[in-house]
Design a protein around this ligand. Structure first.
Ligand code: DC
Length: 333
């Protein structure tokens, strides 16, 4: 099921204007998403409180949406909100979710035609789970940039390189065959033609990734790939330097953190559930060492961008973090 969003505006609060605007908006959503009434489950409408003369749901019934469930609600009065705005959320069995913004609502979303959400923070802060949920919620791509550094580390391990220096790693980067692919909405990391998505999660790869990612030759290559991917579509990227270096113009930037004990506990439970034999104290020591490596390296360290919003997840559930981020994003658009 997909959640397809749409919005439009009217100029005067009359039943006819509401009817026309709703009909225009719903026809555009149906056409763009190849929907029929049979695959629409329900349509939720909301409107600003300066629209009172007709229910948008009634306008939809009149426009021929006779079987799906319809519901109208009133938005609270907010300073700075777009005037006389009608919004819809169409829940439908659909392959795609092409959102539609018409009239003055289109201007409001110009910056959102293609947008990036940068989620930075230390290991185990919950970034990747939050990023995955946000990508699902906004129906955009999730790019796990840590997986790319992990793949570089795995390559070095496979080549039996012990000391990571510019001299030892630069030749490896030149011949690196790394691809990021998506299947069923999940990122797959392909190294030299092999799907290494599981192999790169091994604890020994984590430490190696932290060391190798300090090298300029590695970062330059990965950042170039990340920028190329982010240029082609809207996405959520999680990493260490997304808001501060990779995409300094990202529309939304968050820095997610938690105490090292909380992060080590989360990693411990995650690895245990995957069947790895791990010890909490060594994981804590490893996390603290990786924090130190990641934030003290000379080139593009783990750093909160000046315009990022800080979120401490130590006392929050993942759902709470997602809700806070979605609220901040909503406030900004
Ligand atoms: O997020 P992660 O644990 O999968 O990342 C693995 C390592 O990669 C991490 O120790 C730091 C590095 N990294 C980075 O330097 N920059 C990024 N944008 C992402 C990860």
């Amino acid at each position: 099921m997909k959640a397809i969003r749409g919005a439009t505006t009217i100029e005067t609060d009359t039943a006819d204007e509401i009817r026309n605007a709703i009909q225009e908006l719903l026809s555009a959503i149906v056409k763009k998403n190849h929907l029929t009434e049979d695959n629409i489950i329900c349509i939720l409408f909301s409107n600003t409180s300066d629209i009172r003369s007709f229910y948008p749901a009634k306008a939809a019934r009149e426009a021929g949406f006779s079987r799906c469930a319809l519901y109208s609600s009133l938005e609270p009065e907010m300073d700075g909100a777009l005037k006389k705005c009608l919004r819809v959320l169409v829940l439908a069995e659909s392959e795609c979710a092409e959102h539609v913004y018409l009239r003055r609502a289109a201007n409001l979303r110009k910056d959102l035609k293609r947008f990036a959400i940068a989620l930075d923070g230390p290991s185990g802060s919950g970034k990747s789970t939050v990023a995955r949920l946000l990508a699902k919620s906004y129906n955009i791509l999730y790019l796990d940039t840590g997986a790319m550094y992990r793949a570089c580390a795995l390559k070095a391990i496979r080549e039996n390189i012990k000391n990571y220096t510019e001299d030892s790693i630069a030749p490896l980067m030149e011949k690196l065959d790394l691809q990021i692919k998506y299947a069923d909405g999940t990122q797959h990391t392909i190294l030299d033609g092999d799907d290494v998505s599981d192999a790169i999660r091994r604890p020994e790869v984590s430490m190696a990734a932290s060391s190798i990612s300090a090298l300029r030759c590695v970062r330059e290559k990965m950042v170039e790939m990340q920028r190329r991917i982010a240029q082609e579509q809207s996405c959520v990227l999680d990493g260490r330097d997304i808001g501060s270096y990779v995409l300094p113009n990202a529309a939304f930037k968050f820095f997610i953190t938690a105490t090292s004990e909380v992060r080590a506990k989360r990693r411990y439970l995650e690895l245990k559930s995957k069947g790895f034999d791990v010890d909490f104290d060594s994981l804590l020591a490893e996390i603290e060492l990786r924090d130190k490596n990641d934030s003290t390296r000379a080139f593009s360290p783990l750093k909160m961008a000046e315009d990022a919003i800080l979120i401490d997840t130590s006392e929050k559930t993942i759902e709470e973090v997602v809700r806070v981020i979605e609220k901040k994003i909503q406030e900004k658009v």
